[in-house]
Every structure is written in structure tokens, then in C-alpha cells.
Ligand binder design. Structure first.
Ligand code: GLN
Length: 449
């Protein structure tokens, strides 16, 4: 009742594209009866969640916040949703997001922009902006987002909450609408590290429906938060903090935080990272290539938007459905991706970007032979005004500089809300570890919060 009331009172935030009050109440009553009957209760018994509009939930709307899928209902559950429900969670609604998870501000949605509760004239970040605001505004306890290049960590940073992107392959992607399949990971937005740890333990783990998901056992993250361990060795890349695009105050806060860590007895190492200027171009070449292929299935033949009058000739039919169904940013990326994969340019762009990705991967292995945890800012700025940046896509892409690294190399990363800018807006600290070391990541985050 509390969350339904909050949803009702804060509709102007536009964080949800669908709410299911009756169903949620029914589920709550069922769970309560189960508890009273003395039956075993699940790990998320009664936990109220929302999920991003790219994560399939059987018999519920699934549109990627795009006109091309408006009105579509999923015919099956994603593995993540199925696992939440199996542990007695209550899913109360579906989160607005950037269309097909492409964006950093949640302005590219067919449902209109989401507003940041801290200042409603500002963006919440993206693409999981609705998921972040749902947690920030207490429309739910925890939400699921997806993170292909920062879409969980950056909105968490803008909204003063916790955002966790697990290792690539930790959480099944079955039922997650694909954007860049070799980058995508379902992530968690929460008010604190404990909640994120609890939900991660539920949704992680092997799945027959996703061959890229790891069969490594899932640790009990919640218990591990409190277990004792040696102080991890912490590192940061000199070039990330010196980068010219970084807000001065975000820079100085990070340096002050590093000094404090040293005083607290942590060993902190400054590391070199000369590939920094290549990561955004590499990310956008590879993700648009993968997106152009993944999104080819949306043609209006078996489901999705059909332009009327329905075109008789097949090419015209595809072209009309896709031109009218997809928004501007999605079309831009399909074109970019098609270009970098085209015969004449494949080697110059796609192959080159794959080579850079390989180099980054090798460099990452070296980094984590020296340090346990890597620190970085999340975003070069705090939350900007709605409309301020969406006329310049390249500027928007460049702001992903600190988040795309983790997805390029597949390591886990999180954002925790630690700082306050003199402009009144919050910003977070990003931390990363080696593959599948979510335990160290969550544990350190927990000591800082
Ligand atoms: N801003 C990035 C992009 O637009 C990240 C998106 C994401 O993580 N889904 O590609």
C-alpha cells in the first residue's frame, strides 16, 4: 500500500510505464497467507521491486520504451524475473528507460523523459533512469536495470543511490532484450549495498537458456559483506582523474578520498592507462555493430509496429515499419553499426575495435595482478538539465568515458553515493574488481557506506 501510494503521488517523475496495483496486492496477500500458514518463505519474501522495460515478465508489457513494441506483451519470463518471483518478490511495475537502453539521460524514450527527484528539471541519467528514480523516490525497494555501458551505474550516480553491474556472465541474459550482447548485463539499483547483495545472490547463477552465463557457484553475498578480510590494495588510473573533461570538484573529491584511504591504512597505487581515449570509440563501434544485428528482428512481420496503410512490397514494408517505429537515436545507431560492419569498412572499424578490446582485456589482467580494486569516477559531471545535451550525440557519448571500460572487459563495477557537489547535486564513486570478484567489490562498498 505504501509503495502504491508513493507511485500515485509521484507520477510526474514518469519513472514507471506500467503499474499493477491489483496484482501486487493479490501477491502480497498470497505471500502473507503463506507466511501465516508456517510455510517456508523465500529470500525476497514481500520485497517490492520494479523491472526495466527491457526485462521480460510473462503476460506483462515489454516495449524497450519504443514505439516499435508498444502494446507488446511478453510470452515468457526472463530468468532474472523468474528467480525473483520464485523467492517471493512482488513486482509492482515496469520502469521507463531510454529506447532499447540506448542513452545516458533517459530522454530517448517513447514514453517521454524521466525526472530526477532531486531536481525535477534534471535528468536521472540513463538508460535505466526509471529504475533509478523508482528506488530514489521510494516507488519500490529495489529495481532491476541493464548495463551495457554504464546504464545502471550512471543513473545511480545521478540519483544518489547504489548501482551494481555484475561480471559479464554472472546473471543470465535470457529474456533481456539484446542491445550489445557481448556487453549487456542485468544490474541492480538499490538504496544500500545490503539490498543489492541480497538481490544479486538471487538472480545470479547458471542458466540453461544462456550459454554465456557462468556455472561458478554463487557466493552468499549478504553474509560475505560482514566477513573479515585483509584491506584490499586499491588502484586508480592517473589518466582518468587527469582527464580534461572531468568536473574540477569531482576530480578534487576523488583525490581527497584517495588521501583519506591512505590515512586509513589502505595501500593505494597510481596506475598508467594510456588507452583512455580509445575506450569510447571502441565501445560505440562494437555496440552499434551488435545492435544493428540484434535489432534486425524488429521488422513488424510477426509482432510489433506496422505502418498503415500496410505496404505491399516487402522492402517498403520493412522500411516503413522501422522508420516509423524506431526513434531517432536507435536509427542513428543502427546506421552506425551497419556502416562499421559493411564490406568496405569492416577491417578499418570493426576489426580494429576488436583489437583494442583485446588489448584492454590484457591490460586489465595486469592491473588486477597489482591491485584488488580499481577506483574511478562514474560520470564526468553531475546530473544535467533535461534538453541540455540531447542535441549533440557525440558529447553525450563522450560522457560514458568512465563506465564503458567495465563492459568492454566484462568486469564487475558499482557506483555508491558518497559525495555532494557544491551545486547541490550528488555524485558517486565507482569501484571495479577482477571478473567474478563481486564479494570484494560489495564488501569494500559496504565499508565505505
Ligand atoms: N550510455 C551508454 C549507451 O548509450 C550506455 C547504455 C547502457 O548501458 N545500456 O550506449
Amino acid at each position: 500500500e505504501f509503495y502504491l501510494q508513493q507511485i500515485e503521488q509521484q507520477q510526474q517523475l514518469n519513472a514507471l510505464v506500467a503499474v499493477f496495483p491489483q496484482e501486487a496486492k493479490q501477491q502480497a496477500e498470497l505471500l502473507d497467507a503463506k507466511r501465516k500458514a508456517g510455510s517456508a518463505t523465500g529470500k525476497l519474501h514481500g520485497v517490492v521491486l520494479t523491472v526495466k522495460d527491457v526485462i521480460a515478465w510473462e503476460q506483462h508489457p515489454l516495449s524497450a520504451s519504443s514505439n516499435i513494441l508498444k502494446g507488446f506483451h511478453s510470452i515468457y519470463n526472463s530468468t532474472a524475473v523468474q528467480k525473483l518471483l520464485a523467492e517471493d518478490a512482488i513486482i509492482i511495475g515496469i520502469n521507463n528507460c531510454d529506447e532499447f537502453a540506448m542513452g545516458s539521460s533517459n530522454e530517448n524514450s517513447a514514453f517521454g523523459p524521466v525526472r530526477n527527484k532531486i531536481d525535477e528539471s534534471r535528468v536521472p541519467g540513463g538508460s535505466s533512469g526509471g529504475s533509478a528514480v523508482a528506488v530514489q523516490a521510494h516507488l519500490c525497494m529495489v529495481s532491476l536495470g541493464s548495463d551495457t555501458g554504464g546504464s545502471v551505474r550512471q543513473p545511480a550516480d545521478f540519483c544518489n543511490i547504489v548501482g551494481v553491474k555484475p561480471t559479464y556472465g554472472r546473471v543470465s541474459r535470457h529474456g533481456l532484450i539484446a542491445y550489445g550482447s557481448s556487453f549487456d548485463q542485468i544490474g541492480i539499483l538499490a538504496n544500500n549495498v545490503e539490498d543489492a547483495a541480497l538481490v544479486l545472490a538471487v538472480i545470479a547463477g547458471a542458466d540453461d537458456y544462456d550459454a554465456t552465463v557462468s556455472t561458478l557457484p554463487v557466493p552468499s553475498y549478504s553474509e560475505e559483506l560482514l566477513s573479515s578480510s585483509n584491506k584490499p590494495v586499491i588502484g586508480y588510473f592517473k589518466q582518468t582523474l587527469q582527464h580534461e573533461g572531468l568536473d574540477e570538484e569531482i576530480r578534487s573529491s576523488h583525490f581527497a578520498f584517495i588521501e583519506q584511504l591512505k590515512q586509513d591504512g589502505y595501500e593505494v597505487k597510481e596506475l598508467e592507462f594510456d588507452l583512455i581515449d580509445y575506450i569510447v570509440p571502441t565501445y560505440y563501434v562494437l555496440t552499434t555493430a551488435e545492435a544493428s544485428s540484434n535489432l534486425s528482428r524488429f521488422d513488424g512481420v510477426r509482432y510489433g509496429y506496422q505502418a498503415t496503410p500496410v505496404k505491399e512490397e516487402l522492402t517498403e514494408f520493412y522500411s516503413a515499419n522501422r522508420s516509423e517505429g524506431f526513434g531517432k537515436e536507435v536509427q542513428r545507431r543502427i546506421m552506425l553499426g551497419t556502416f562499421v560492419l559493411s564490406a568496405g569498412y569492416y577491417d578499418a572499424y570493426y576489426t580494429k575495435a576488436q583489437q583494442v578490446r583485446r588489448k584492454l582485456y590484457e591490460q586489465t589482467k595486469l592491473v588486477f595482478s597489482e591491485v584488488d580494486v580499481l577506483l574511478m569516477p562514474v560520470s564526468p559531471s553531475t546530473a544535467f538539465k533535461i534538453g541540455e545535451k540531447n542535441s549533440n550525440p557525440v558529447e553525450m557519448y563522450l560522457a560514458d568515458i568512465y563506465t564503458v571500460f567495465a563492459n568492454l572487459v566484462g568486469i564487475p563495477g558499482l557506483s555508491i553515493p558518497l559525495f555532494q557537489h557544491s551545486n547541490g547535486l550528488p555524485f558517486g564513486l565507482q569501484m571495479m574488481t577482477k571478473h567474478f570478484d563481486e564479494v570484494s567489490l560489495l564488501r569494500l562498498a559496504h565499508t565505505f557506506m
